[in-house]
Design a protein around this ligand. Sequence first.
Ligand SMILES: C[S@@+](CC[C@H](N)C(=O)[O-])C[C@H]1O[C@@H](n2cnc3c(N)ncnc32)[C@H](O)[C@@H]1O
Length: 277
Amino acid sequence: MAAAAETLKCEDLKPIEDDWTIVIRKRTNQKRKFPKLKPSKQQEQQTQWAPTDIETTPEKELKLMHKIQISIEKLEKSQFFTAFLDQIRTPEASQHFENITESKRKLKMVIYGIGSIESYESPRLQLSLAILMKKNLEWIGDMEVFDPIISLTESKVMEELGVRVLSVNEQGKREVVDPILFFMPHCEVELYDNLLKTNWKHELLNKIILLGNSFDKYEQQHRLVSKNQDLDDSRKHLLAIKRFTKEFEIRTISDDFFRAFHGSSWHFFSVDYDIDL
Ligand SMILES: C[S@@+](CC[C@H](N)C(=O)[O-])C[C@H]1O[C@@H](n2cnc3c(N)ncnc32)[C@H](O)[C@@H]1O
């Protein structure tokens, strides 16, 4: 069990009665292969990147653009999206957003680990959510995206939609000079940990808004199954920041959006200046 739980993967986890359990495979026979973040020093380094799948045609790009537009329309009309915006605007949540956004007119949104928008609906819905957030929330500025599996077709379509594709694999290690909203849908735990480790100072952590896998769930999983030092090392910043984290869970509302957004939460960090991290 501990080995199977080594990383929280989007496809391998499913909440049962508000708890997380490891499942073998669910809801589909499609096999999804994701590059895994490896822990070796060399692979943790930030490297120049370009798509490996470079076959594209105007027809392919048009077809993908059409798919994304359908996905944006579906999401925009959904109860899920209404509830998503309502949650951001509740007095408690909006206070947290305002604390970070007031110092800067527009926040950059950095999206890591979007997956293949050409092959799967979840990544398309996740990209659609990012685009609709920008449309509906005036404090969101430029958008950047990175996933090592992005193809040239996907890259061109995202650029056309106003989302800049990064040419460096940052391994999640972006330093937060100005406040940033990180959208990391169902990323592996090492990527969240890299982000936290890079910004391991109160003044940097406090400038992060993170929409991604629930840290609560990681902590619950840690209490239940972790006896493994490697496993603990891969998430040690995440577990350490937990007590300074305010989390708001996203409600998926309907089955249509379960796969794309289950187990996701907003996270805000509030670390006092006198805390010795
Ligand atoms: C579990 S999948 C989630 C994919 C998609 N968001 C979803 O929910 O179906 C994790 C994704 O992280 C990507 N990934 C791996 N290393 C990454 C890195 N250094 N930066 C950004 N994304 C990365 C993988 O390629 C993969 O697409």
